[in-house]
Design a protein around this ligand. Sequence first.
Ligand SMILES: [Zn+2]
Length: 183
Amino acid sequence: MHLHAVVARQDILEAMTGIALVIDRELRVVAGGWRNWRAFWRANGGVGPAPAMCGQDLTLGFSAGAVRSGFRAALTALAAGERGPLRLPFRCDAPGLQRDMLLSVTRCGTAHMLYHAMPLTEKPRPVPLTNTGSAPQCCAVCGRAAPGQPDPLDWTEPSVTTICLPTHEVCPRCTLLLMAQPA
Ligand SMILES: [Zn+2]
């Protein structure tokens, strides 16, 4: 099925794994697989009904600063045909669950993009103990911990029991993946 057709087919969007959203050139959500969206919201500890996404700017839900501005630059360039599709592994933990996902954003014609976040692996994660104040800063996209402990030279996978501080940082590897690629 050609991607152009996906935009207009609610049944296909509902059948896709993970989160499938159609956004327009202004990054507004115009369609989506809402059954998975509601399940995802609950699995991540969401209380009450999942927020309605239609008509909203997609990036309003991203953390402000480097994360939101990085994604806005990448998605706007993709909409304009200035770069190729976006493929970005990212970490999206739920309470008690370590979840690795892959984001793929592809143009559908000239007016829309398919934003598709697919789960890759899920494994149980012990709920961390109380934050002692010494938690490392982590990349908001991939979850790697900033240089320090245990590796003073590079960003590292946080241990399963480490609490990562809520962060607005994007590590160099994720920054490179967000940057323009040949269209
Ligand atoms: Zn990262």
